[in-house]
Write a protein that binds this ligand. Structure first.
Ligand code: COA
Length: 165
């Protein structure tokens, strides 16, 4: 944290958060379905963390444990630039380490240059690019638009990873 005065708290999601998670995910990502690498998941089925800022939900990170790997399924901050995103990454990283994971990874689409910057600044490395894979995602989730951030056509998935030790 750049600023010692932290105005938010991070807590794990619980069963009472499920309805909010489904609604929030739909608002942020087009529907309550989360798609990566040709698979579809219900966003409210994941464990995760919520950032609380003065009693209001100000951020959400969801993840999926799969053997020794942990996939970050979504990351959203509603109050940017005060450390919420970074704190959510730290919380997921801790949970992954506690679960014995050796690899933390995630998928972004090619239009999300802001996320590409964010994840690299968090220490993630480029692991793979899947040219044209957004077409398959769109078959599972038709809400994925043809054009994304900054008018960039959404075509490819980019995989980023952090090796945990
Ligand atoms: C990407 C995203 C999660 C970042 O969240 P955020 O809460 O703004 O993240 P942070 O506040 O931790 O970091 C953002 C910047 O603020 C800086 N910052 C953090 N705490 C700070 C503080 N107290 N004072 C000043 N600056 C601070 C960070 O250093 C960082 O700066 P940098 O980018 O130059 O390194 C957010 O922009 C978002 O929700 N985007 C839309 C959804 C998305 O694309 N998600 C990622 C794909 S899954």
């Amino acid at each position: 944290m750049k600023n010692e005065m932290k105005s938010f708290q991070i807590r794990p999601v619980n069963n009472e958060d499920k309805a909010w998670i489904a609604k929030f995910h739909a608002e942020q990502w087009g529907s309550a379905v989360s798609v990566t690498r040709g698979k579809a998941y219900q966003a409210d089925s994941f464990p995760g963390f919520i950032a609380m800022n003065q009693d209001r939900k100000a951020g959400l990170a969801l993840y999926r444990l799969d053997g020794k790997a942990c996939e970050i399924m979504s990351m959203n901050s509603l109050v940017e630039g005060i450390g919420i995103g970074s704190a959510l990454v730290d919380a997921v990283k801790d949970a992954a380490l506690k679960a014995g994971c050796k690899r933390l990874w995630l998928i972004i689409t090619n239009d999300n240059t802001k996320a590409l910057r964010f994840w690299q600044k968090q220490g993630f490395r480029l692991a793979a690019v899947y040219p044209g894979s957004a077409e398959k995602l769109r078959r599972l989730k038709p809400e994925i638009p043809l054009t994304g951030d900054d008018g960039i056509p959404i075509r490819d998935e980019i995989e980023l990873e952090m090796i945990l030790q």
